[in-house]
Design a protein around this ligand. Structure first.
Ligand code: GRG
Length: 300
């Protein structure tokens, strides 16, 4: 088996594992909240690349952790990601009709339900990593995961980045401000995904932890720049979301600030920085290097 075929089969395994774990955790049986539970499943189980759980599994596996130790973190980061997509699609934010090739949550259900779906998915994510139904990790490791995840999605991370994004519509941002927004909005959760995998594997600090934090941050930025590029170059059908919306909304993006060729080149520079950060991990980091390549080469 070639190296890329071996990675392909691990990606299939990690995606399948993620789907099974998500379905299991979303099997909410409270008869009083049937519509909410159904909308949570609609939003979560309807496709997606599952990049963030894959990063949890790839990082944890690189450091020697069994998949059972990584399941809770993998599910948690995807639930948080889905919450952010559901809220981002609301009329008060990006007002999108299409997500993952289907009507957005507030279109398929209603706005109030979509707000609650995001709220409940976020709460469920933290309940799971706190040890909802397993306690395979030590309490100290789970607490550290909770801290890392909370920092990744709060004012210093995703929500803060989204606030800068909302305030920037119709304005041009400086190069530094654009980078700072992207690092928070998208990069911080991707960085947290890598770190949650590391913590589950027992890497809770030190030079390898710092190296993985740098890898995750650079990878997150490369991912978001490629997302901006695809919004210009991509097709709605392949993306599963409406292409061209950034420009239509007057959003500052990497292509609008650096041009398309400049943005593509910058995505590759951040990919290179991500890979360089992994130097000290040696061959154990092979999958993480390949994932960095996939992130900048992706077409959806
Ligand atoms: C609502 C607090 C709050 C934050 C929203 C992440 C985010 C902030 C908004 C998502 C909108 C968006 C298109 C961001 C650009 C990058 C990104 C996160 C794209 C979607 O992620 P993918 O490509 O999606 O991994 P799939 O569907 O494959 O999971």
């Amino acid at each position: 088996m070639t190296e890329s075929t071996a990675l392909d089969s691990r990606l299939v395994q990690w995606r399948t594992r993620t789907e099974l774990q998500l379905a299991r955790q979303l099997d909410l049986a409270d008869p009083g909240t049937v519509r909410l539970a159904e909308a949570m499943r609609y939003s979560t189980l309807g496709g997606g690349k599952r990049l963030r759980p894959i990063l949890v599994y790839a990082t944890g596996s690189a450091l020697g952790a069994a998949s059972e130790l990584l399941d809770d973190a993998a599910v948690a980061v995807e639930l948080i990601h889905v919450y952010s997509l559901v809220h981002d699609d609301l009329p008060a934010m990006d007002d999108d009709d299409l997500r993952r090739g289907r009507p957005t949550c507030h279109k398929a259900y209603d706005e109030g339900t979509a707000v609650l779906v995001g709220d409940a998915l976020q709460a469920l994510a933290f309940e799971i990593i706190a040890g909802r139904d397993t306690a395979l990790l030590s309490a100290a490791a789970r607490l550290q995961q909770i801290q890392v995840l909370a920092q990744g999605i709060g004012t210093a991370g995703m929500a803060g980045g989204q606030a800068i994004d909302l305030a920037a519509v119709g304005r041009q941002l400086s190069v530094a401000a654009l980078e700072s927004m992207h690092r928070r909005k998208t990069g911080a959760l991707i960085r947290a995904s890598v770190l949650l995998g590391a913590i589950a594997a027992g890497t809770v600090g030190g030079s390898e932890y710092d190296a993985l934090a740098a890898y995750g941050a650079e990878l997150g930025l490369a991912f978001q720049i490629q997302d901006d590029v695809l919004d210009v170059e991509g097709e709605t059908a392949a993306l599963g979301k409406t292409a061209g919306t950034d420009a239509a909304r007057g959003k500052p993006t990497y292509p609008s600030v650096h041009g398309l060729a400049g943005a593509t080149q910058l995505a590759r520079l951040h990919r290179d920085a991500a890979v360089a950060a992994l130097d000290g991990l040696g061959p154990r980091a092979a999958d993480l290097v390949s994932l960095a390549d996939l992130v900048v080469e992706r077409s959806h």
